[in-house]
Design a protein around this ligand. Structure first.
Ligand code: KIV
Ligand code: ZN
Length: 399
């Protein structure tokens, strides 16, 4: 299933293209907008992270969006810079084409809704007219670049026969990537698998394009749906750092990448992502937007590699693999942290004291300090190093 692609050349059958839309779909969520300087900093970080395509904005939407896509296109050298456009928008495609002009490799991503609900109420268009718009939009985009993506907005709620006709039309008109978004996060992994298997089996020309998956997280299934789509033949995933995006967000890049890496035994896919840069990229976005991720967020949350329970801490000290399925270093943390709290045991307490230089306590001093620590931990949620210093110094002085 290897494919010749206008931007990437020959792509191996199991190479997954990582399409980051932090700067477009991510930025669309309330409170997450970024100014030009911030977008340029993020674009640089995404390039260093190794994403294959970055969707930099929606140029026709505003002058600010046009300028940021245009400047990112000037700055970025190794990543394809993509601009969004409505297939039937008045100046959308020309504006996207102009914005990506300076890019070493530029893509236009055009889209139109294809579900009965969207065609009837949002577009007020007949299905046959939607097909004409798809044809015209993709032909127009090809005037600017050979790398053209088309998306069926609300594709996962589109009637299957009509979706096949839309995709066939887009391919005939020159699209080289076909994206099927789960725009409202409604699908299950089984739905996703069926959609991609169906399109690949039934649409003429399907062998010559990359299928792409774009999943929103309204039911918390964004990453699961992405993995199901890959298993059914999709080879591009659309995602954002920290999972930011419309409503409940998009599938999180860092989670998808670490699923593929950690479960390579059953998901034999490769990407170009430098995983050890995941944490710093996540932190940069949080600092720029002012929204931190929740502590229990997979991969990049403060507690993702923190252990408090005594049983777990004891296991980690003996062999980290007992409670860690990936190393913290592999995603950019310096090491796992053993957090001292009321669930901690003697092993972690001893380890912590040792790390703080208290390695010469007599056994009875240690026992007394541990018992005081447990009393303190019952009263206090977080035990800081200073608490321990006070506690152990008291113990040493009392003897
Ligand atoms: O969710 C969606 O349908 C989109 C499209 C514009 C690709 O973001
Ligand atoms: Zn989206």
């Amino acid at each position: 299933m290897s494919i010749d692609h206008p931007s990437f050349g020959r792509i191996d059958a199991n190479r997954v293209i990582i399409f980051d839309t932090t700067l477009r779909d991510g930025e669309q969520s309330p409170g997450f907008s970024m100014n030009l300087a911030e977008k340029l900093r993020m674009a640089e970080a995404l390039e260093e992270l190794g994403v294959d395509v970055m969707e930099a904005g929606f140029p026709v939407a505003s002058k600010g969006d046009f300028d940021s896509v245009h400047q990112i296109a000037q700055k970025v050298k190794n990543t394809v810079v993509c601009a969004l456009a409505r297939s039937g928008g008045k100046n959308d495609i020309a504006s996207a084409g102009e914005a990506i002009k300076p890019a070493k490799r530029g893509r236009i991503h055009n889209f139109i809704s294809t579900s009965p609900l969207h065609m009837k109420y949002k577009l007020r268009m007949e299905p046959e007219t939607v097909l004409e718009v798809i044809e015209a939009g993709n032909r127009a985009a090809r005037q600017f670049t050979d790398d053209v993506e088309w998306s069926a907005e609300d594709g996962s709620r589109t009637e299957p026969d009509f979706l096949c006709r839309c995709v066939e039309t887009a391919i005939r008109a020159g699209a080289t990537t076909i994206n099927i978004p789960d725009t409202v996060g409604y699908s299950t992994p089984e739905d996703m698998a069926r959609i991609f298997a169906d399109l690949r089996a039934r649409v003429p020309g399907a062998d010559g394009v990359i299928f792409s998956t774009h999943n929103h997280n309204d039911l918390g299934l964004g990453v699961a749906n992405t993995i199901a789509a890959l298993k059914a033949g999709a080879r591009q995933v659309e995602c954002t750092i920290n999972g930011i995006g419309e409503r409940a967000g998009n599938a999180a890049l860092e989670e998808i990448i670490m699923v593929l890496r950690t479960r390579h035994d059953v998901l034999p896919f490769t990407t170009g992502i430098h995983t050890e840069r995941l944490l710093r990229t996540s932190r940069m976005l949080a600092t720029i937007t002012g929204f931190d991720v929740q502590p229990n967020k997979a991969i990049v949350g403060r507690n993702a590699f923190a252990h408090e329970s005594g049983i777990h801490q004891d296991g980690i000290l003996k062999n980290a693999a007992t409670y860690e399925i990936m190393t913290p270093e592999s995603v950019g943390w310096t090491r796992s942290s053993l957090v001292l709290g009321k669930h901690s045991g003697r092993a972690a307490f001893r380890d912590k004291l040792k790390a703080m230089g208290y390695d010469k306590l007599e056994e009875d001093q240690f026992n007394e300090a541990f018992s005081r620590f447990k009393d303190l931990a019952d009263r206090k949620k977080v035990i800081y190093d200073e608490d321990l210093v006070a506690l152990v110094d008291d113990e040493v002085r009392d003897h």
